[in-house]
Design a protein around this ligand. Structure first.
Ligand SMILES: Nc1ncnc2c1ncn2[C@@H]1O[C@H](COP(=O)(O)OP(=O)(O)O)[C@@H](O)[C@H]1O
Ligand SMILES: [Mg+2]
Length: 224
């Protein structure tokens, strides 16, 4: 399955989510490749840190000069693509190949607006295909303070956008994600029982339910 992790705004967590998903899949022995189609190359940098730190398993990452469309079309396993607005051509290429679009959205009005614009690009690009990709949105960087309403409001606004699936799970703003990049490790490798790991597990359960039900779960792996 080709999952494109995208949105128009920088900082919404595209590279963070792509990196953590890639590690999660790779740790289950899934044949996963990633594409870093954003000139910022954050995903490539995080993978590089992981290699320097000698953390296994490795994550395969290709850049835009590697003819992504051809590699994606020929790869039989899982594909994750990190795309940003600074290369709209690559974003459209990736959307054209996608089975699923995954979009992290921070809790703010500006992010809701830019997500709506991103959906226009997705629909325009995917309309040439007979089968449209599923579009999954979820709130990332949610406030942990219970009194703050922005995440609820953002979810309500996202839920009213046409033709999307709103994932009923949130990833909160957690320090573990910043460490994730600086140490080249996924949040569930840094602190397997932590809140960030639990939230991430909820997200993957929605995205890859077959892998969870096959018994190959994070819990059984981390408790070994
Ligand atoms: N849930 C989160 N909690 C805390 N920090 C986060 C979270 N998601 C992303 N970040 C941080 O926000 C910054 C931007 O994230 P990044 O994944 O590079 O965004 P994008 O790829 O969309 O530009 C990074 O420093 C990252 O560690
Ligand atoms: Mg990025």
């Amino acid at each position: 399955m080709i999952t494109v992790v995208g949105n128009l705004k920088g900082g919404c967590g595209k590279s963070t989510i792509t990196f953590n998903l890639a590690v999660w899949l790779a740790r289950r022995g899934i044949d996963v490749v990633t594409f870093d189609l954003d000139p910022q190359a954050t995903l490539s940098d995080a993978v590089e840190v992981r290699r320097e730190e000698g953390v296994q398993p490795d994550v395969k990452v290709f850049r835009s000069e590697s003819d992504p469309a051809r590699i994606m079309a020929n790869h039989q396993g899982e594909v994750l693509v990190d795309v940003g607005a600074s290369n709209l051509w690559a974003m459209r290429q990736a959307i054209g190949q996608a089975d699923r679009i995954l979009s992290p959205v921070p809790p703010s009005q500006a992010d809701v607006w830019s997500t709506a614009r991103f959906l226009e690009i997705v629909k325009e690009t995917a309309s040439a295909k007979s089968r449209r990709p599923e579009i999954c949105l979820f709130v990332n960087r949610a406030d942990t303070h219970p009194m703050l309403r922005e995440s609820d409001e953002t979810e309500a606004a996202l839920g009213s956008l046409p033709g999307i699936t709103l994932l009923k799970t949130r990833i909160c703003q957690r320090t573990a994600y910043r460490r994730s990049f600086s140490e080249g490790r996924a949040v569930f490798e840094l602190a397997p029982g932590g809140k960030a790991a639990q939230e991430f597990q909820e997200l993957v359960a929605m995205l890859y339910p077959d892998l969870i039900t096959s018994g190959n779960s994070l819990q059984s792996r981390s408790s070994q």
